[in-house]
Design a binder for this molecule. Structure first.
Ligand code: AMP
Length: 396
């Protein structure tokens, strides 16, 4: 697979796929522009090489229809401000008018094509659509790590229709950090896995157990494990059908010498409600009608101690319902503990990234991934279809 800086871009039409699926408020204002900023090294490199830069991305889920509030217009405006350069937004991503616009481009200019998902053919990986997208370019650069686990026309199908393909700087960085985390990382290696459900991250847990020295499990998923250990967990979120699997996981960890840490206390409430009365109890004393919504202070101390001598830390998923102030302390404390560790620290998953940002620790984590689904796929030991498609082009 080629990297962008190994490809001659001079005066060529360079089609760059980014993940500009940024959160918008009700007035279509961008709430968080980190995904746009993460694309700047690739765009700047292409501009420095005097390429004709054509940008493609999806935004939201318009389900194959034109939805005005999901136009990439705010993204084009924000990007233009970052670059100090005009970014023209085309009205569509394919068609005669777009073609004309591209054919008339001067080197060093940028055009952004309208939301790919206004066409249902994008998510169907439609061959004809991929061909139309690709036929306007000399070079295709995929820098959309956040979309790399999907099989779509703009990241998989398209690779057959552009002569030269490669990846951008963001994709390169993402793949390198996950490679570090999965292949012989500095030890002790600690993985922190949280979030709502075991089922979403079961494969991740199984795969990580092959590599890590210690696993910390927090968040809603911890309660399935606690139940498997025989604890009464009140009305906490639980996946009854995975209790046996969780039990086997605990046994497997013991056998393979991986130390597994679960919460020893938690913040409980009767409902997931900011106004709920809360209590901190040991996990042995969760009231029958109450649910565990965050890790407690003793667990925070325990988990922070586990990180103390770590040399690699991987974190995916919050420790509690951190969106609500009363249940956010555990996740924020974890963000501080990870940031304070002397390890190589890699965090992934949409929610983890938001929590770290809100805790003010973004600058103190070695790497925060921009892709939730894609990072989970890699942590499961799986392959990314977008990367596979690019690998295939370089073999041909
Ligand atoms: P995930 O997408 O799997 O990383 O899950 C993130 C979600 O898990 C967040 O929205 C949290 O509110 C939720 N979550 C974390 N801990 C709990 C818990 N103890 N009970 C219910 N939901 C939780």
């Amino acid at each position: 697979m080629k990297y962008i800086d190994q490809i001659d871009l001079k005066e060529k039409k360079v089609l760059c796929r980014f993940d500009f699926n940024v959160p918008l408020d009700d007035n279509s204002h961008i709430v968080d522009d980190r995904r746009i900023r993460a694309a700047l090294p690739t765009i700047n490199h292409a501009l420095d090489e005097n390429a004709k830069v054509i940008i493609i991305s999806h935004l939201g889920r318009p389900n194959g229809k034109v939805v005005d509030r999901l136009s990439l217009n705010p993204v084009a405006t924000r990007l233009s401000r970052f670059l100090g350069k005009r970014v023209v937004l085309a009205r569509d991503c394919i068609g005669g008018d777009v073609r004309k616009l591209i054919d008339n481009m001067e080197p060093g200019c940028i055009i952004m094509l309208e939301n790919l998902r206004f066409h249902k053919e994008e998510t169907e990986n439609n061959d004809d659509f991929a061909k139309k997208l690709g036929s306007c370019a000399d070079v295709y650069i995929d820098d959309a790590f956040g979309n790399a686990h999907r099989v779509h026309a703009s990241n998989v199908g398209i690779t057959k229709y552009v002569k030269e393909c490669g990846i951008g700087f963001l994709m390169k960085k993402e793949l390198n950090y996950f490679k570090k985390a999965l292949n012989n990382p500095p030890r002790p290696y600690v993985a922190i896995v949280g979030g709502a459900k075991v089922s979403d991250k079961l494969q991740v847990l199984i795969n990580l157990m092959k590599t890590v020295d210690k696993i910390i499990i927090g968040g809603g998923m911890a309660f399935t494990f606690l139940k498997a250990m025989g604890h009464e967990i009140g009305t906490s979120i639980v996946e009854e059908n995975l209790i046996d699997v969780a039990y086997n996981g605990i046994e497997m960890a013991k056998k393979s010498g991986v130390k597994l840490y679960l919460p020893v206390d938690c913040v409980i409430a009767e409902k997931v409600d900011p106004k709920s009365v809360t209590k901190i109890v040991p996990v042995q004393e969760i009231n029958p009608d109450w649910m565990g919504l965050d890790i407690g202070p003793a667990t925070i101390t325990l988990f922070a101690e586990v990180l103390h001598d770590a040399r690699t830390v991987l974190w995916n998923g919050p420790m509690g319902v951190f969106e609500i102030d009363a249940f956010s302390r555990g996740t924020f404390a974890m963000a501080h503990a990870v940031a304070n560790s002397h390890a190589l620290t890699i965090a992934g998953g949409g929610d983890t990234d938001v929590a770290i940002h809100e805790a003010g620790e973004s600058d103190y984590i070695t790497y925060i991934s921009t892709g939730g689904g894609a990072s989970l796929k890699l942590l499961e030991g799986g392959k990314l279809p977008a990367v596979e498609a690019l690998n295939k082009t370089s073999e041909e």
